[in-house]
Design a protein around this ligand. Sequence first.
Ligand SMILES: Nc1ncnc2c1ncn2[C@@H]1O[C@H](COP(=O)(O)OP(=O)(O)OP(=O)(O)O)[C@@H](O)[C@H]1O
Ligand SMILES: [Mg+2]
Length: 265
Amino acid sequence: MDELEPPIRLVNVHKRFGALTVLDGVSFDIPRGRTTAIIGPSGTGKSVMLKHIVGLIRPDEGEVRVFGTDMARAGEDKVYAVRKRLGMLFQDGALFDSLSTGENIEFPLRQHHPELSAEERRERVEEALAMVELPGLYDRPTPALSGGQRKRVGLARAIITRPELVLFDEPNSGLDPMTSDAIDALIGHLKATLGVTFVVISHDIVGTVNVADHIAMLYQGKLVAWGSTAEVTRSEHPIVRRFLGRNLILPEPGGEGVASLPRMG
Ligand SMILES: Nc1ncnc2c1ncn2[C@@H]1O[C@H](COP(=O)(O)OP(=O)(O)OP(=O)(O)O)[C@@H](O)[C@H]1O
Ligand SMILES: [Mg+2]
């Protein structure tokens, strides 16, 4: 694997589902150790793009390279080796209802870390449960979890292997503001852990601007904006402006603080 390459590189990616063109020639690099947000209207291909990165969807044309591996053309062993290094939170949680809450979180550990003992695995899972504020829920049947709890279990599962690359698809949707802030704090905490590369898809513009170093905006199958958070939020591109809202205020360069929206009313 080529470690000089950025962790994720998309080269001219095209994807159609029947007559529907979802990705229409998307190219960009996702930098190592940073948080990149992918934004764009509903149905614009954000989740489809993330599924390409984990190798669940193959492009019709182009390349999706992760840690230097072409996910569409590499053999099973290589794809498995890449997956071992990443964690993903799916938009719908994608929990196994036949497994308990704790077993769901433990699943990637069993898959990728056979060297760990049952006790070590259990300890790691209990730690993760505490981190997402669900202590003691190891044995809770998955179908009994609320929507927000499912989201948090998915999150714990995504980071249980301490991956180098973490992909979160809508980590905040369906959560109350307090839990949502806790998730953002968790992302900040993980980000402080050296070397973790984040890709986050979110509808929550203010939250995204607060956590992201870089922003990519997808619109009608194309990348309409890509750059640092400051660059993209200052973009005069009409589509970007319409999506971000006219009133998004950023602090002056070098100033303290974060983006905020003025109070309504
Ligand atoms: N497996 C599939 N087969 C056919 N069409 C699909 C498939 N997966 C996604 N699509 C279509 O591709 C388009 C993009 O879907 P995607 O889930 O990536 O949107 P999104 O940008 O994540 O939207 P949202 O913000 O609502 O989550 C949609 O029109 C969707 O219906
Ligand atoms: Mg989506």
